[in-house]
Design a protein around this ligand. Structure first.
Ligand SMILES: Cc1cc2nc3c(=O)[nH]c(=O)nc-3n(C[C@H](O)[C@H](O)[C@H](O)COP(=O)(O)OP(=O)(O)OC[C@H]3O[C@@H](n4cnc5c(N)ncnc54)[C@H](O)[C@@H]3O)c2cc1C
Length: 557
């Protein structure tokens, strides 16, 4: 397939989404992926043996479900029947350092009562947090689903909202500022900080204030949505759509250089020296830190180079993958509790210290924050009967005192310490229940996905400097790059990482606009009998920029 309209570098879920919308509009797309399989952070692999489907990276798709791509079924993937989401209940279970715990359920009143175990004022504060956020969620969702420069900026939308000025301040605060202002008990604060830390973002950084509300509000609405069969089913559905619409994904094709001809990005060259030209556009999900070296000197303007030189790639992650014959069961006075999304947390001051240490590169031996994901509790077919796949995630540094080279020798012991930490609250989850184990330190995550620079999962820090119009760089947040014909998507673009599909869909809107296609004619629900939208056809019935579900849900994680 050499006769190509659009070349896409990288096959993460975001860039696949961009490619699918372009294919829906009738363009022939060739996606070049460095790895042996497509999907990036959305892959599901038999990491630990045949018959065990393990999400190597993401498991929870809460925000993906609110993207109009799925919520309004704009590609017909839901109607095709291969995507079934389960919303686990309990939503989350978290153990505190003193043996106490917090269980969140899908019943809002029940969750408020759980806050009430620690403070009646905190139970009211929780209800208020959800109600307050529900008021402005449509504003945040509208801003998120609108590429920079194609609609009013978030600040303006908030200024026009009756209560928006509170949120103009709140989003500039840190998550910790918000939590400590609204909640008084250390348990409520610790639980909310456990939630907010899920994007590996230090919680005292200005600009993280929204994380204190958006994640928990999203979970209260629809839990930590898990795709039956694993995240890879989403990748399969996107690749299937692309292929059915004349596109192709070619794996084992790392892109090393952009082809620049006549001041335009004309295509890409892979590490094996093959060149692929695109008639219309090149879409990249290459990390911006790498992209800078892929064009001739002088290509990038000073402000982009400066933004990338100062780009904070984010806090790296550490993962333990287990096959077990029991699910982790957390001790409580009322008996053991298991949850698809569970974990441990320190007290607020522990988490603030953790974020500080990691941001400053200090290795932490015993990370108090653990996320323990056991999707087989609601999706047992991922493993043989009676068995579970368990993923224990924490944060870490990329450089050990002697450099990243020390990780192969150190990671097993680190994993043992984190499992011991978990066993303080889940004592029955002992080694004799572990059938197989794999440990990934930050350099391992980087090696398995070059988009996860330094093993950071979310494409870069999300503080003030790298959010909204500043992501990846001021002036270049609208997916168009300074090189004509080149578009950037993925986690280094707004609103950042996680499985949201938002950067991918927004990039499609921008590319389509530049190609002279009305994006609303393409980014709309597929109805029976809908075919491909031919090039140049405009004025078809539109569904607006944001589907109803997304309008109602919003979110930032
Ligand atoms: C262990 C772990 C757990 C996580 N859990 C969750 C979770 O539960 N929920 C959630 O929402 N998020 C989670 N995340 C984060 C999430 O996986 C990422 O933020 C998300 O995958 C980013 O998607 P993307 O499409 O932007 O890029 P990616 O998924 O990173 O895909 C980028 C792709 O581009 C390819 N690529 C990069 N450079 C090149 C090149 N030069 N040439 C060719 N190909 C290239 C890569 O190989 C990769 O396939 C987790 C991440 C990890 C690692």
């Amino acid at each position: 397939m050499e006769d190509v309209d659009v070349v896409v570098a990288g096959a993460g879920h975001n860039s696949l989404i961009t490619a699918c919308y372009l294919a829906k509009a009738g363009y022939r797309c060739l996606v070049l992926e460095a790895n042996a399989i497509p999907g990036g952070g959305a892959v599901t692999e038999e990491l630990l043996g045949p018959g065990y489907a393990v999400d190597s990276c993401a498991t929870g798709h809460t925000l993906m479900c609110t993207n109009p791509l799925l919520a309004d079924d704009e590609l017909g993937l839901m109607a095709a029947g291969s995507l079934t989401y389960v919303d686990p209940d309990p939503v989350a279970h978290v153990a505190f350092p003193d043996g106490g715990h917090f269980t969140m359920t899908l019943d809002r009143n029940e969750t408020a009562a759980e806050f009430g175990r620690f403070s009646a004022a905190d139970a009211r504060a929780y209800e208020r947090l959800l109600d307050d956020y529900a008021e402005v969620a449509p504003v945040f969702a509208r801003a998120q689903h609108t590429p920079a420069g194609m609609g009013p900026p978030l600040d303006q939308l908030l200024a026009e909202h009756p209560r928006g000025r509170v949120w103009q301040r709140r989003r500039m605060l840190s998550a910790w500022d918000v939590v400590r202002t609204e909640f008084e008990s250390r348990e409520a604060r610790a639980f909310l900080m456990w939630m907010a830390f899920q994007t590996n973002q230090a919680l005292d950084i200005p600009g993280t204030g929204l994380l204190a509300s958006s994640i928990v509000a999203g979970r209260q609405r629809r839990s930590w949505s898990v795709l039956q069969g694993g995240s890879g089913r989403l990748v399969d559905a996107l690749v299937g759509y692309l292929e059915a619409h004349g596109g192709e994904v070619r794996c084992g094709q790392p892109v090393r250089r952009l082809l620049v001809e006549g001041g335009r990005c004309a295509g890409v060259e892979t590490e094996s020296g093959e060149q692929y030209r695109a008639r219309r556009a090149v879409v990249s999900t290459i990390h911006v830190v790498h992209l800078m070296d892929m064009a001739p000197p002088g290509t990038w303007p000073e402000e982009l180079e400066y933004a990338v030189r100062t780009y904070d790639v984010g806090i790296p992650g550490f993962g333990i993958y287990l096959l077990t014959d029991v699910a982790p069961a957390f001790q409580t006075p009322a008996g053991p509790v298991s949850a698809v999304s569970a974990g441990t947390v320190g007290w607020p001051e522990d988490l603030l210290q953790l974020g500080f240490d990691l941001r400053h590169g200090r290795y932490v031996e015993d990370v108090p924050w653990l996320l323990v994901a056991t999707p087989t509790l609601v999706d047992p077919d991922r493993a043989p009967p009676g068995h579970h796949t368990v993923k224990v995630l924490s944060q870490q540094v990329y450089d050990l005192p002697g450099g990243p080279e020390g990780w192969p020798a150190a990671k097993e012991a680190q994993a043992r310490r984190q499992l011991e930490h978990l066993r303080r609250s889940a004592p029955g989850f002992t080694d004799d229940h572990v059938l197989a184990m794999l440990v990934k330190a930050p350099p391992d995550f980087e090696a398995s996905n070059r988009h996860m620079v330094h093993g950071a999962f979310h494409g870069g820090d999300r503080g003030v400097a790298q959010s909204g119009p500043g992501r990846p760089a001021p002036g270049w947040a609208g997916h168009r790059m300074p090189l004509a014909g080149l578009y950037q998507t993925g986690a280094t673009t707004n609103p950042g990482g996680s499985i949201t599909g938002v950067p991918g869909r927004n990039a499609a809107r921008v590319v389509l606009t530049d190609l002279g296609i009305d994006p609303d004619a393409v980014l709309r629900p597929v109805h029976a009998g809908d075919g491909t939208v031919p090039h140049g056809v405009t004025g078809l019935t539109t569904a607006g920029a944001v589907g109803e579900t997304a309008r109602a849900a919003g979110g930032a994680a």
